[in-house]
Design a protein. Structure first.
Length: 147
């Protein structure tokens, strides 16, 4: 699978970036593992607690969507940090028809708020089709002053 270029992410040219990648089975039980790995990685970066909590929430929502709305057997997560932001990227292996979109869930619905949450706690997010397969890459960026 491919990773969006720095231009697609909105990186500043020449800005130092640090990244880690891991793969997990596309099972609901892997969501907690993905959150834990993100928390551990950001903990080593001396990330602000509020940013860390928001990044963990974003990971949870994006990974859950990949498990729920794709035909993947494996989900790849890429975590990136530079001096201005933390980025969470979730790649699936196969899409069902349609694009991820923010829904307006009713008060009675138990699901359907994931991308609303992501949109409200990040400064930008997006979806990129994988150039080498049927999957997609969904990413979100959170601003931080000191990562």
């Amino acid at each position: 699978m491919t990773t969006p270029s720095p231009a697609q992410w909105g990186y500043a040219k020449g800005a130092p970036s640090h990244a880690v990648e891991f793969r997990l089975p596309a099972h609901a039980s892997s969501v907690a593992v993905a959150r834990r790995r993100l928390r551990q990685w950001l903990g080593t970066r001396q990330c602000d607690v509020e940013v860390l909590d928001m990044a963990v929430l974003v990971m949870s929502e994006l990974f859950t969507n990949a498990v729920t709305h794709t035909d993947s057997t494996e989900i790849t997560c890429v975590l990136r940090a530079d001096e201005d932001s933390v980025r969470v990227e979730v790649r699936d292996q196969g899409c069902k028809p349609g694009q991820p979109r923010v829904r307006q869930a009713t008060a009675d619905e138990e699901n359907g708020r994931g991308l609303q949450i992501v949109s409200s706690v990040t400064n930008r997010w997006g979806v990129v089709r994988d150039e080498h397969g049927p999957g997609r890459i969904i990413w979100a960026a959170l601003p931080t002053a000191a990562v």
